[in-house]
Design a binder for this molecule. Structure first.
Ligand code: ARG
Length: 389
């Protein structure tokens, strides 16, 4: 009996060549899977390409709703920005795609799954840790790490086997979903140079953005966004609309030096208009409703959450432990935040909540005297103990 493999298929050159390569090299029957996480590509065309490349069967799974509810919402609640900058757009989608690979592999009785990641990035780690945690018996194949083909050799191989070639006309590696777009490679590999304008698709440059600011009010309920300017929207539409609205004002561009799990530093460029707006607004609302003690502690939890998810450990129980704490804090994170979007910048200009701790306190100001005496006790005393200097 022929063994089956389920391949995470994007429709690009690598994964198309992989369909044939897996059947030639490993004698597998290849089933392809494309998970829709909001990458805005023609999924019908991708399906046809998979079949033309030699897949015996193709699955398209729309996982946008799950992506938002199970991955993006927790990221908003955790104000998730890896190294203070990156909203984890690609990172969040990987455990979900891995979950779907395992689902299809079980349904099809496949003995292996495969993905198109290189041996240099984080995505391979995210896929494989998740797959191994869910299905330890499934074999995992990462052809790019094994086959040692140059791009030219891949193209030759594709031509030889009649694999449909729609070669990209740019040097970039792009990954896109609802939460943002990652752009790597080509001229971006030089961290000293400004990204060429051609790399951006979701955002205009601030110079080209409108000369008048736009105000946007975001409503949150228990840490989750539910409305834009008072219009209750389903979460997918909400994020899509906010991506367009903020992108139009040049909001959402990120350019930073990132520490990959695999030791190396890399120059990363992203466009995440909705993510940056939602996290900025959510963080601000938390400051209105959480105590200073909750806020101080939550910073550490948030940073740990982002680090864990970036590092491919979505399946670690610590992530759920942190979620339990975070969810408890979100019970009061409801209210409105008003943002001003203008030429690439997001400014919070107003916030309100039924749970605001902010209020005008009337108290006898003379009581401050005793507080200060005690507050400074040790600091003061330390200046007058017998010091050697
Ligand atoms: N550096 C980012 C991350 O590790 C982006 C990865 C993007 N993936 C890609 N295939 N272009 O999450």
């Amino acid at each position: 009996m022929v063994e089956k493999v389920v391949l995470a298929y994007s429709g690009g050159l690598d994964t198309s060549v992989m369909v044939k390569w897996l059947s030639e090299h490993y004698k597998f029957e290849v089933i392809t899977l494309t998970v829709d996480v909001g990458q805005k590509e023609d999924l019908k065309v991708i399906e046809q390409k998979a079949i033309k490349s030699g897949a015996v069967k193709h699955y398209t799974i729309d996982a946008k709703k799950e992506f938002v509810e199970k991955f993006i919402f927790p990221a908003i609640k955790a104000n998730a920005l890896y190294e203070g900058k990156y909203p984890l757009s690609s990172a969040l989608s990987r455990p979900l795609i891995a979950e779907k690979l395992v689902e299809v592999a079980k349904k099809e009785g496949a003995s292996a799954v495969a993905h198109g990641c290189t041996g240099q990035g984080n995505d391979q780690i995210r896929f494989e840790v998740t797959i191994e945690s869910l299905a330890p018996d499934l074999k995992i194949i990462a052809p790019v790490r094994e086959w040692r083909l140059t791009r030219e050799e891949e193209i030759k191989y594709a031509k030889k086997h009649g694999i449909p070639l729609t070669l990209k006309t740019h040097p970039y590696s792009i990954d896109q979903n609802l939460w943002g777009r990652s752009i790597e490679c080509g001229p971006l590999d030089n961290p000293a140079e400004e990204p060429p304008s051609e790399v951006f698709e979701l955002t205009v440059s601030p110079e080209e953005a409108p000369n008048i600011p736009e105000y946007v009010t975001l409503t949150f309920e228990n840490g989750i966004p539910i409305a834009i300017n008072g219009d209750q929207l389903n979460p997918i539409t909400l994020i899509e609309q906010l991506n367009m609205l903020a992108g139009k004002h040049g909001v959402g561009r990120i350019d930073h030096i990132e520490d990959r799990v695999i030791g190396i530093k890399s120059r990363e460029v992203y466009e995440c208009p909705a993510a940056l707006c939602l996290i900025e607004a959510h963080k601000d609302l938390e400051k209105l409703v959480l105590t200073k003690h909750e806020l101080a502690f939550k910073q550490y939890v948030d940073a740990e959450w982002a680090w864990l998810v970036y590092s491919g450990l979505w399946m670690d129980p610590l992530r759920e432990d942190l979620d339990a704490f975070i969810n408890r804090t979100q019970q009061r994170v409801s209210g409105d935040v008003k943002l001003k979007l203008f030429k690439g910048s997001i400014t919070v200009v107003g916030r309100s909540s039924p749970y605001a701790i902010y209020r005008k306190h009337e108290y006898d100001q003379s009581i401050a005297y005793g507080f200060i005496k005690l507050w400074g006790l040790q600091t003061r005393d330390s200046r007058f103990t017998s010091r050697k200097d």
